[in-house]
Design a protein around this ligand. Structure first.
Ligand code: MLT
Length: 268
């Protein structure tokens, strides 16, 4: 019996120091456990394809100085009171947050990536609260590395993660449910490592589920994303319909969006 356990230990040691281990959280129900975990050795990659992380990556690509994800509307309003030059962004039920919800002011932006143009965001600090995406980013905030990722910057994110040994792919979800578009993105990233990683990464079962889901739909990704619960909801709102196709674009931005020690997402 003793021989086996020291062998186990060596295998784990080998894995720990040489092989990347990819875990995946498929639903927002797993966020409280993530927030309670010791993440000092871990890289968290957060996906909220429709639309929070796609929007944050777009804002940073167009020159925003930083995006600060917060969970609650009151937190965002308090930040503005303390720092009058920050811009406020966010949604509830997909639409921009207004005075009726803040009791003070309309937000400057909603959560559509198409609103965050270079003219409007260059050099700006944007405080954002959304239903799922900002909650997921906050839940992983104590990690060694926190990235906001999307299809828009997936390859740049994968490249940046090389050398990391413990990675958690966090699917932000829709309301309290898994979101197909987030699982597809996590699966696409896992496939990049599985196909090209040397040595091949160790994939947790949830990661393999995501990878298999991606392999099944990679030929009609935009249709798969558009057919998801959030995809259907956004396509039913005329002003937001075009967001779905925008967020389904692949590798249009060569940037990595990482959270710094003060909880600010910045382009690196
Ligand atoms: C979210 O954070 O739940 C989504 O990004 C919401 C949305 O954009 O509609």
């Amino acid at each position: 019996m003793r021989a086996k356990s020291s062998l186990d230990f060596v295998v784990r040691l080998h894995y720990k120091f040489s092989t990347m281990i990819l875990h995946t959280l498929l639903t927002p129900a797993e966020l409280p456990a993530l927030a309670a975990r010791d993440l000092r050795e871990t890289a968290c990659v957060v996906f909220d394809i429709l639309r929070a992380t796609s929007t944050f990556v777009t804002a940073l690509h167009h020159g925003a100085a930083a995006v600060i994800p917060v969970s609650e509307i009151a937190e965002a309003v308090a930040r503005r009171k303390k720092q009058p030059d920050v811009r406020l962004a966010g949604e509830r039920n997909g639409v921009r947050i207004r005075t009726a919800q803040t009791g003070a002011m309309d937000f400057d932006f909603g959560n559509s990536p198409r609103e965050f143009t270079p003219e409007k965001v260059r050099g700006q600090i944007i405080v954002s609260t959304t239903t799922n995406g900002t909650r997921a980013l906050r839940a992983g905030a104590t990690a060694k590395l926190v990235l906001a990722a999307s299809f828009l910057n997936l390859s740049a994110t994968a490249q940046f993660l090389r050398g990391q040994t413990e990675i958690i792919l966090v699917c932000a979800g829709t309301a309290e449910n898994a979101a197909l578009e987030d699982v597809l993105a996590a699966g696409a990233l896992a496939e990049m490592f599985a196909a090209h990683g040397n040595p091949r990464p160790a994939l947790a079962d949830a990661t393999e589920i995501a990878r298999q889901t991606f392999l099944r739909r990679k030929h009609d990704l935009a249709a798969a994303i558009g057919g998801s619960q959030n995809g259907r909801r956004l396509r039913a709102i005329p002003k937001l319909r075009a967001d779905v196709a925008f967020c389904a674009q692949q590798d249009i931005f060569n940037l990595v969006a990482a959270m710094d020690a003060r909880g600010c997402l910045r382009k690196i």
